[in-house]
Ligand binder design. Structure first.
Ligand SMILES: Nc1ncnc2c1ncn2[C@@H]1O[C@H](COP(=O)(O)OP(=O)(O)O)[C@@H](O)[C@H]1O
Ligand SMILES: [Mg+2]
Length: 461
């Protein structure tokens, strides 16, 4: 069963429709669904799928020639028997073949050519430059190691520098797509889903575990998935990230761990890890810009390029959870898993609260607020914080987000506090106030009084 990816498939179809040749790079972390996406795309097209295993060139060619025969023989004169002595011969043959008709060519785990035959990158560049204009090839390079893929195509010293016409970063599903997928598989209440999403994020592969592990209790499902002896996701962070970072993975891991624990400024991270500030700066910049596992946030009223008020966050919900509760407790999990699980249970509600804030911010971005906000985000200053701020030159809307069930009275108290905090904001305009709770009593009454009032029912639609 293949679910969604409508936008990505749409983009691929568009590129496919362009006359001539295109080179497209699809990248994203392991297991996000890159292979599934290209296979879905190839279904109704003339195309070849090659997985670049880390093996000998001759073995790869032996493996791939079958695919060439199967897919292309109907289009070749019967006396042509495909046979290739090298990767270069194969690519040249296919480029020539595609002079007459559109052909999709996929190399999955493209970065592995580095191990198979490093000189192939420059011969591919030569062949591509020479033949692409006369051909109709859609060449797709798929890669899991974000850092390595970027180096191959973006480093000026590399032969393939600048050859990619299109880039597609494949991300986990957003909250609503993930909900749609899970809901189509299993009966689950939205609260439990928010809890599971806080741990699994929008990774299709992990979401597919839900029907097997969820028995009307999300905490027990998380135990089975992360904390039990044979829990399938217990080693997952290591499996996915270790190869990405290579030999120096420990330092990257310590930084990600520190961030997951709420040490979010360079100083806090340096204090928390014992790494020198300069080293931390270098790793933070790599993790943010190169690997894209961290995002750098600033208070929504600040200029991101000028401000010194920055906070880092792990962009992938799954890794955020895994570093916070699994990696951080590795020793404990060996010695006393029961204790680790108890601590997890105590700390998890606040963790879900933070996830719910991010979901709420995405929800607000999709709302019709009566104006088009210039920015939507979080604001903080010296210990004070506002969960969601949306504003333009004339309008400001503030939200408090609570992963709790609130009575009308609670809600009014929260809104009053929010009005007081608003005094601290350096924004002009007419202000409105809102609340997004898990469950909110008396939404209509609050709305009649001019507040914006939502709960999970509205978010889940
Ligand atoms: N769009 C999707 N719909 C349903 N399942 C998916 C989807 N994308 C990925 N999966 C599941 O996740 C697993 C991992 O996806 P895969 O394409 O192998 O990831 P990658 O190639 O990025 O490492 C697949 O085996 C499949 O079960
Ligand atoms: Mg794959």
């Amino acid at each position: 069963m293949f679910y969604d990816r409508e936008r990505e498939l749409g983009k691929l179809k568009e590129v496919y429709s362009y006359p001539g040749s295109s080179f497209i790079v699809i990248y994203g972390r392991r297991r996000v669904g890159k292979t599934a996406l290209v296979r879905e795309f190839l279904k109704d097209k003339l195309g070849l799928y090659f997985f670049v295993g880390e093996k000998d060139e001759t073995l790869l060619l032996e493996e791939w020639v079958g695919e060439v025969e199967e897919k292309l023989s109907g289009h070749l004169p019967s006396y042509v028997k495909p046979k290739f002595g090298s990767l270069e011969e194969l690519v040249e043959f296919l480029l020539d073949f595609s002079r007459e008709r559109k052909l999709v060519l996929v190399f999955d785990e493209f970065q592995n050519f580095r191990a198979v035959k490093p000189s192939f990158f420059s011969s591919l560049q030569r062949l591509w430059d020479e033949k692409k204009d006369g051909s109709n090839m859609m060449l797709i390079a798929v890669g899991s190691y974000v850092g390595m893929i970027k180096r191959i195509f973006m480093d000026q010293k590399e032969p393939l520098f600048g050859r990619a016409d299109e880039w597609m970063k494949l991300k986990p599903f957003d909250f609503w797509t993930a909900w749609g997928l899970v809901r189509s598989l299993v009966e689950i209440n939205p609260r439990h889903f928010v809890e599971l999403y806080s741990a699994l994020g929008g990774m299709p592969r992990y979401l597919l575990y839900v029907p097997r592990y969820y028995r009307r209790d999300s905490i027990e499902a998380i135990r089975g998935l992360f904390f039990d002896e044979f829990a399938p996701l217990r080693e997952e962070g290591l499996n996915v990230l270790k190869l990405e970072f290579g030999r120096y993975y420990r330092s990257y891991f310590s930084i990600l761990e520190a961030v997951s624990l709420g040490r979010v400024t360079p100083k806090e991270i340096s204090d928390g890890t014992g790494l020198k500030p300069l080293t931390v700066g270098k790793y933070l910049s790599e993790l943010t810009n190169h690997y894209e596992y961290l995002v750098r946030e600033v208070p929504v009223t600040e200029n991101p390029l000028k401000t010194r008020k920055v906070a880092y966050r792990i962009s992938d919900e799954f890794f955020n959870f895994w570093f916070r509760f699994v990696y951080h407790n590795y020793t404990g999990l060996e010695e006393d898993p029961g204790k680790v699980f108890e601590r997890f249970k105590a700390e998890f509600p606040a963790f879900v609260g933070a996830t719910y804030e991010r979901i709420a911010r995405e929800f607000v971005k999709g709302l019709n607020l009566g104006f088009k906000p210039e920015r939507v985000g979080r604001w903080w200053h010296k210990g004070e914080e506002i969960d969601v701020v949306a504003y333009d030159r004339k309008n400001v809307i503030l939200f408090e987000v609570k992963w709790r069930d609130l009575s009308t009275k609670d809600a009014k108290r929260v809104l009053k506090g929010l009005e007081e905090k608003a005094e601290l904001l350096p924004l002009r305009g007419s202000y409105r106030f809102g609340i997004i709770a898990r469950e909110l009593e008396g939404k209509d009454e609050l709305r009649e009084e001019g507040f914006l009032a939502f709960d999970l029912d509205d978010i889940i639609r």
